[in-house]
Design a protein around this ligand. Sequence first.
Ligand SMILES: C[S@@+](CC[C@H](N)C(=O)[O-])C[C@H]1O[C@@H](n2cnc3c(N)ncnc32)[C@H](O)[C@@H]1O
Length: 264
Amino acid sequence: MSRENGVRWDPAQYGVFGGARARPFAELVARLGDAAPARVADLGCGTGELTATLAARWPGARIDALDSSPDMIREARRHEIPGRLSFRVADVTTWKPDAPVDLIVSNAVLHWVPEHPDLLPRWIDALAPGGRLAFQVPGNFDAPSHVLLRELGRSDRWRAKLGHLQLDAPVLDPAGYLDLLARHGCAVDAWETTYAQVLHGEDPVLEWVKGTALRPVLMALDPDEAGEFLAAYRERLRQAYPAAPYGTVFPFRRIFVIATRNTT
Ligand SMILES: C[S@@+](CC[C@H](N)C(=O)[O-])C[C@H]1O[C@@H](n2cnc3c(N)ncnc32)[C@H](O)[C@@H]1O
């Protein structure tokens, strides 16, 4: 495990729901149609499994994939293809390519970068004319999983330890991204999808959140406190997401954006 941007990433925990997390990525890149980009950047590539699907789709592309987590990049290097697909540790907020790129992909990353509305115009400027930026962010910050996390984190018991954490929605709506990027001269396709996911196992919503939104919370607590917090949160999640005979329904809203830089 490692700590970056105040969050400790654990490739194994993140991978527990790999299938469900892969689908929005696949649906995002499916919208790119018959594009054949020569230079691609995957910003916040994580374990690189999804980046590898880009290399398979565009054998002629040169893909530069980066992530701020050394643990994630260590995992990702298994997918390296000399001359075609490379992985490196770097922060997306300071990323600047040597030459314009044809496609920037960033999947499930920008909600960890609250200042990203200021960053996106710079990414557009890094595109070649006609190049595209494709990203996806979770849009479930008003779902019970997150509302309960915020309520608990700001309760009298935890406020002193957790009150400083950014637990509010760090993303815009599809229309917000459309407005931002259209004003920057892009043609924008922005949409949202809610996946009615069925999770299995004991406390599956808790296990899901452990891979993402719970990470900064648990990092801010010592092991005893973390145990106490988890017990209280688990109880609330069980009531909000009761188990059905076929599994536990965990609706998950996601926001998708593809912005095309104009050709002039
Ligand atoms: C939820 S994972 C998504 C990984 C991958 N894109 C995927 O879809 O499987 C979020 C990733 O964003 C990375 N990340 C967060 N903030 C970052 C930053 N400022 N610079 C680079 N990577 C960042 C994390 O290290 C983590 O690997």
